[in-house]
Design a protein around this ligand. Sequence first.
Ligand SMILES: Cc1cc2nc3c(=O)[nH]c(=O)nc-3n(C[C@H](O)[C@H](O)[C@H](O)COP(=O)(O)OP(=O)(O)OC[C@H]3O[C@@H](n4cnc5c(N)ncnc54)[C@H](O)[C@@H]3O)c2cc1C
Length: 113
Amino acid sequence: MECLRHELGGPDASGRRSPVPIPGSEFIMEVDTVVVAIGQGSNPLVPRTTKDLEITKKGNIVADLATGATSKAGVFAGGDVVTGAATVILAMGAGRTAAKSIHAYLTGSGSSK
Ligand SMILES: Cc1cc2nc3c(=O)[nH]c(=O)nc-3n(C[C@H](O)[C@H](O)[C@H](O)COP(=O)(O)OP(=O)(O)OC[C@H]3O[C@@H](n4cnc5c(N)ncnc54)[C@H](O)[C@@H]3O)c2cc1C
């Protein structure tokens, strides 16, 4: 397994320091098994390409958890892209909530953004 050494960089706007790769510090470790334990982030494509869609500083879409409504009229969101990494059951629930809100939005049968 090839590794790359890191060092702590300077603080960002929130005061948090992040690891920064040390160029040229690659080294090889002999291993039998690798367990991957990486962080997950939301796909940035939709937030980046959709004007007026409010997102958090972690890149998740801001949505009303009770309706799925986002800052953009007619756009609803739910699941990991709103909550960050969570569970299938929560994503399914959010999908159901958003479906009801979308129906209300399209038919004018209820209040939704
Ligand atoms: C390794 C791993 C193990 C997990 N194990 C469990 C578990 O045991 N139990 C559990 O409850 N949860 C588990 N989870 C979490 C669970 O998978 C997620 O919470 C759930 O899948 C979120 O559903 P979602 O619909 O919000 O997002 P996703 O399932 O990520 O679906 C989003 C979809 O949108 C698509 N997409 C993204 N961008 C675009 C675009 N621009 N245009 C069109 N399509 C796009 C993606 O390809 C993807 O198919 C696990 C997650 C991981 C990563």
